[in-house]
Design a protein. Structure first.
Length: 532
């Protein structure tokens, strides 16, 4: 049986997918939630939210992600960072997944990645679970209903959590697999219920396609001044560094919270929704995001709740520290209707420094910006990936290495060119620890971070007095209005300054050791600011 809105010329059997029982095309939110409840995939929460647990996997499985090593991409994929899968293994995986799906129901959403009409990707997402279809519909951009009659997918995602891969047969690592085939324009996801794999696979695809068109693909959030898209800011950072929280500023218009492109036209969101972490979320600190947790069709993922009242517990992380909510962008009152902004006036690189060494904000020269972008220093926070239970210092190039199919220099050079063309000011912001390392110090106060960002974005910070950081060479402000100036000197926040100095030298050496891999690919101006 077929139900829902579908282009007759784009049926699944045209893609070799046959023998299914029921196919539900492009259902809207009420029908998807109804189907999800009927199938016992989750429960209805307060305000009409959907409460779901993703079972064994509550975060991404980066070690189970593969790129098919086909001739057309052989020379353009960063193979040191992307695990290869043979075309033969992928074809076997594809055939076995389709055979497994026979006699089962599936849900289809025809969606868009990218708000720039000339630089978007039409994506068909096929899922086994109704709530995964709801997630895809929430997180990607939704075409006008009339446009579905002529929709033609450029890429297809097939997500089948009940299928277990066979490493010997399918060329993968475990029975969980995420496989991207750029030549066949097909993505396969198996044996994981974590919905984030859907959006990140589309993000990875755009990260491969867009740089070939001279468009910078970015793991960042973005906003702009109200009624002034020319004053756009972007916020690079890995999960847990504050991209979603800091971009959701009520005094600015939100473009998006996670994934964007920077074309000759300006900044544009890839997505139509937000995927916010909810651990310790409070109504006082983040009222807009908090309000979405009781709005219709918001997906509440891996949160503990009262079985009778369905009240959410924002502090109980027994399921995972990576508890999240997924909601459409328009649930944020100051969200952009177009999801498009101008060329970034300010570029913020967010880092979560578990060493407690970096200042809360520093101004970067273009060469320093390139250095810190390629370094991508931060700390993986608990729950974002399987096995991470406490902050783990890491270097994730371009602030998003798991999603970068091409070599880092491709993205770094694009960023440098665009900064040079449009005169963006770059800032490094530490949302990690102060007064000591993780376990001794405390997390940087969000109020202070917001105050520093406000001063950076309104231009007042740039006109103040700065000092040269002795460890990293960037400029650090000496005082900022309405911010505790003691925070601006991280060494002074430690009770044992000798311990700080030792920790700082350790971090400096880590930067130097990591950056050695890029020495052959960078210009002399970046080499000049390289530490070590």
């Amino acid at each position: 049986m077929m139900t829902g809105r579908v282009n007759p010329a784009a049926r699944l059997d045209d893609q070799g997918i046959t023998g299914l029982r029921n196919v539900y095309y492009n259902l809207l939110e009420p029908d998807l939630m109804e189907q999800a409840v009927i199938r016992a995939e989750g429960r209805i929460g307060n305000g009409g939210t959907f409460l779901v647990s993703t079972g064994q996997y509550t975060g991404r499985s980066p070690k189970d992600k593969f790129v098919v090593r086909s001739p057309s991409v052989e020379d353009s994929i960063w193979w040191e960072n992307n695990q290869p899968m043979s075309p033969q293994a992928f074809d076997q995986l594809h055939a076995d997944m389709l055979n497994h799906m026979k006699g089962r129901d599936c849900f289809v959403q025809d969606l868009i990645g990218g708000a720039d009409a000339g630089n978007h990707l039409d994506v068909r997402v096929i899922t086994e679970f109704a709530w995964h279809s709801l997630f895809a519909r929430t997180m990607l951009r939704r075409p006008e209903r009339a446009d579905l009659d002529t929709f033609k997918a450029e890429f297809t995602v097939i997500n089948c959590p009940s299928f277990k891969a066979d490493p010997a047969r399918h060329g993968c690592r475990t029975d969980t697999v995420i496989a991207l085939n750029f030549e066949q324009k097909l993505i396969l996801i198996a044996n994981t219920e974590y919905a984030g794999e859907i959006k990140k696979s589309v993000f990875s695809t755009l990260n491969y396609i867009l740089p070939g068109r001279g468009i910078m693909a970015m793991h960042c959030s973005a906003n702009h001044a109200i009624d002034n898209p020319v004053d756009t800011a972007i916020f690079f950072g890995l999960s847990g560094t504050g991209k979603t929280t800091l971009s959701a500023d009520p005094s600015r218009t939100l473009i998006g919270d996670d994934e964007h492109g920077w074309s000759d036209n300006g900044t544009f969101n890839f997505e139509g929704g937000c995927y916010a972490k909810t651990i310790n979320l409070s109504q006082e600190a983040e009222p807009e995001i908090y309000a979405t947790t009781t709005k219709f069709a918001t997906i509440i993922e891996n949160m503990v709740y009262d079985e009778e009242t369905r009240e959410l517990d924002f502090e109980d992380d027994r399921l995972t520290a990576n508890m999240r909510c997924a909601y459409p962008l328009h649930y944020i009152s100051n969200a952009s209707e177009t999801a498009i902004g101008g060329h970034p006036k300010n570029i913020i690189m967010l880092t979560c420094d578990a060493f407690g060494v970096l200042p809360p904000i520093a101004r970067l020269t273009p060469a320093q910006a390139m250095y810190h972008f390629l370094s991508g220093f931060t700390s993986k926070v608990a729950g974002t990936e399987r096995g991470i239970t406490e902050p783990e210092p890491t270097f994730s190039t371009c602030f998003g290495a798991p999603f970068m199919p091409r070599r880092p220099e491709v993205y770094g050079n694009l960023l440098r060119e665009k900064i040079a063309t449009h005169g963006s000011t770059c800032w490094l912001v530490n949302t990690g620890w102060t007064g000591g390392a993780y376990g001794t110090g405390k997390r940087m106060p969000i109020k202070a971070t917001r105050g520093l960002l406000t001063a950076a974005l309104d231009g007042s910070l740039a006109s103040g007095e700065f000092r040269k950081d002795p460890n990293f060479g960037f400029d650090v402000p000496i005082s900022v209005h309405d911010v505790d100036n003691a925070l601006l000197d991280p060494r002074g926040t430690w009770s044992d300054t000798a311990a700080y100095d030792a920790q700082a030298q350790k971090l400096v050496q880590m930067f130097a050791d990591n950056f050695g891999q890029y020495q052959a690919y960078i210009d002399d101006d970046v080499k000049a600011v390289a530490i070590g």
